[in-house]
Design a binder for this molecule. Sequence first.
Ligand code: ADP
Ligand code: MG
Length: 261
Amino acid sequence: MVRVFTFASGKGGTGKTTMTINLGTSLAKFGKRTCIMDADIGMANLGLSIGLEDVPVTLHEVLAGKASIHDAVYEGPGGVQVVPSGISLQGFQQSDPERLRDVLKDLTERLDFLLIDAPAGISRDGVVPLAVADDVILVVNPELSAIVDAMKTKILAEVVGGHVRGAIINRATAESAGTVSQKMEKVLGARVIGLVPEDQNVKKAASAKVPVVIKYPTSGSSVAIRRIAAGLAGISYDKEVMEPKDSFIDRFTKVIFRGKR
Ligand code: ADP
Ligand code: MG
């Protein structure tokens, strides 16, 4: 049975695309049949980030009824399957959201995981990915405004029948991560499923168009992302995932997961 995760946020630029690509690549490298899909039609930068920008068929053509989803699946890093999006908006905006549901049915038959990169904010394009997911994962940065941001996205997800599994705090720093994690859990009632540190290697890897988990596998962000991927897959990260040195992320993660595993 496939499990569908949608990565969402109220604000843009929190790291949804980065998380989708790197968690997807990690799951594929764990041997899980995994596909990542770019439903962020406005930005459409998932394919761009991994060198799949010049492909002939994208999700756009599929949602416009001009192509089969099977023609829009490409081989990505680490063996992850990739459905990139096109640049033109029109076809997607005119499409019936139900079409995405049918498309997913065809796509997910032989998958363990489908990770959907959703657009930021509240829009018609963003609603469908929230509704079709088994679990919505909020991607937030460690600012207090992120709580409000996450709250709006959580409410929207629940209104359309989605279920919020929790939040990833991305670009965490030692100063901010603890406070934001606690507030997120207390105020929002959303579990923090992981922290990913601010890490320059993320940007370096992105300019090389390679996921950071492949380009810099021992970097702090890669270790944190693999740990989250292991959690999503129900794999014990102690065995499968390289352990970090005693970083602040490690200490926070231990606090967060205490009693929950
Ligand atoms: P979104 O898809 O939510 O708009 P992106 O994944 O495109 O966000 O990330 C926005 C920017 O932040 C990109 O330049 C990305 O390389 C950078 N970024 C994301 N996560 C991190 C991180 N943990 N450390 C440093 N830079 C990051
Ligand atoms: Mg994005």
